[in-house]
Design a protein around this ligand. Structure first.
Ligand code: PLP
Length: 482
């Protein structure tokens, strides 16, 4: 409850610091998901100071706050220039918007594609199965059909032929990833863009994750296939600045090849008694803080800075991948071609979810990925430059964690839980059942230390049941404090 007389500033900050002590460490190179840390001294302070300068500025009206418009236009220019657009390039008319994140960029790419075809009553999008879940969210929110194209279990990419076959008369957008989040592989963008263009359909490249590193990796000699506006048929690209541009959270850029393609992304409304409204993005009021922080981060790190960070990251990826190769019972899902190391198990006696917990116990926070279609469960590592100084410690800890996981043996769910997971339909989940399941899984008073049992249950359940369980479990955590 809100305090009657308020709380002194220092005490509030102390409270936040104490709360933060329970979080995973955002610095130190041991968290392989959620955070992107370049390990550059002073960058947090710069971002915070820039954020503070513009936190109360409102992006709702660019004429009232030209500072924000100027910074936004600069960010779009920086992203467009990096991704094959700008003066003298194959895509000289690139335009864009700054959004709050990758999900918003993808929703807006789908919205623009849908609203460009108002004559279609049942618009659809074609997305590889490895495409980010945000495409499914966009399809759900915008009531657009989702046609998912399977990925090859070895290359982890969709085939161009399958993508072409999935395009129909109602398709408004074809998507691909550069690279995919789960495995870090780059889709055959040129082929996909070509079949999309041949069908007269937009092609969006989701470079949210790797759009800021792939160009630098290429400059360092890594073989990166064409994926940006240099590819004919690519109509839009998203790139998240709060990922590998290392800006504080809340900033992504959605680029379109030209302003005509972008136009249906906007929402304007003048048919009410209040101010006339024009929103390029989903939010109406939006803080200038994240935009200013991103502006400061990009200006400060500069081109050379990003090149250096990409080289450091590439080396760290190499060492981590070698560590995985060196452990019996593990196999890389794909040879790393960007900044992801993803591995699976080859030995039934080694439970990956137990391994993830054993790594956590040793201070390494990796991300478990549940099995999907032909793909086995896997462990995902998003690698950032801050990992480099710690990377030599990973191999020995991985070996020890694997030994401990083997010794512990695979998770065995209680028989009644297994029976429940096999027989339950999402509709049959009552609040009592959820409560019982949560208690059985140790989810009673917040997230448990060890997640293997929860992951095993989710892994055993079909997707619809997984989704419902996730919603209910997180719903249990999100309860007001009084
Ligand atoms: C390829 C890709 N697209 C989209 C997203 C969604 O981004 P956000 O979490 O910023 O909404 C992510 C996030 O990891 C991603 O990796």
């Amino acid at each position: 409850m809100i305090d009657k007389n308020g709380v002194p500033a220092e005490r509030v900050l102390d409270e936040i610091r104490q709360l933060r002590a329970g979080d995973r460490p955002v610095h130190g190179g041991r968290l392989f998901a959620y955070v992107y840390d370049p390990g550059v001294g002073g960058l947090d302070a710069l971002g915070a100071a820039a954020h503070a300068e513009s936190a109360h500025v409102n992006g709702l009206d660019p004429t009232a706050f030209p500072s924000l418009l100027a910074m936004e236009n600069w960010l779009v220019g920086a992203a467009g220039g990096l991704l094959g657009g700008g003066p003298g390039s194959a895509a000289p008319d690139v335009v864009g918007s700054v959004t709050s994140g990758g999900t918003e960029s993808l929703i807006l790419a789908v919205k623009a594609a849908r609203d460009a075809r108002p004559e279609l009553t049942a618009p659809r999008i074609v997305v590889p199965a490895s495409g980010h879940a945000a495409f499914a969210k966009a399809a759900h929110l915008l009531r657009v059909g989702l046609d998912t194209v399977p990925v090859d279990p070895v290359t982890l990419r969709p085939s161009v032929a399958d993508m072409a076959t999935a395009i129909g008369p109602e398709t408004v957008l074809v998507a691909c990833s550069a690279p995919s989040y789960a495995h870090g592989v780059v889709d055959p963008v040129a082929g996909i863009a070509q079949v999309a263009a041949a069908a007269g359909v937009r092609c969006h490249v989701d470079a949210c994750f790797g759009g800021w590193t792939l160009p630098y990796l290429r400059r360092l000699g890594v073989p990166v296939p064409p994926f940006d506006f240099t590819v004919d048929g690519v109509t839009s690209i998203s790139v998240d600045l709060h990922k590998y541009a290392y800006a504080p959270k809340g900033v992504s850029v959605l680029l379109h090849r030209d302003a005509t393609l972008r136009s249906p992304q906007y929402f304007a409304y003048a048919d009410w008694p209040g101010y006339t409204m024009v929103n390029p993005v989903l939010a109406s009021t939006r803080s200038g803080g994240p935009i200013a922080a991103a502006y400061a981060t990009l200006r400060h790190l500069g081109d050379d800075g990003y090149l250096r960070l990409a080289a450091t990251t590439r080396d760290a990826v190499g060492t981590l991948a070698a560590a995985v190769r060196g452990v019996d019972g593990l196999r890389l899902m794909a040879e790393p071609e960007s900044t992801v190391v993803c591995f699976t198990g080859t030995d039934p006696a080694l439970d990956l979810f137990v391994l993830v917990d054993e790594l956590t116990a040793r201070g390494w926070h990796t991300q478990p990925q549940l099995r999907y279609a032909d793909l086995p469960a896997s462990v995902h590592l998003t690698v950032t430059a801050s990992v480099a100084p710690r990377v030599a410690e990973f191999g020995p800890d991985l070996t020890a964690a694997v030994a401990a996981a083997r010794q512990a043996g695979p998770v065995e769910l209680p028989a009644d839980l297994v029976a429940l997971a096999g027989s339950l339909t999402p509709e049959a989940l009552t609040p009592e059942l959820i409560g019982g399941l949560a208690a059985g899984l140790g989810l009673g008073a917040g997230p448990p230390d060890r997640m293997a049992v929860v992951n095993t249950l989710l892994d055993a359940a079909p997707a619809a049941l997984r989704e419902r369980l996730l919603v209910e479990f997180v719903g249990l955590l999100q309860r007001p404090t009084w």
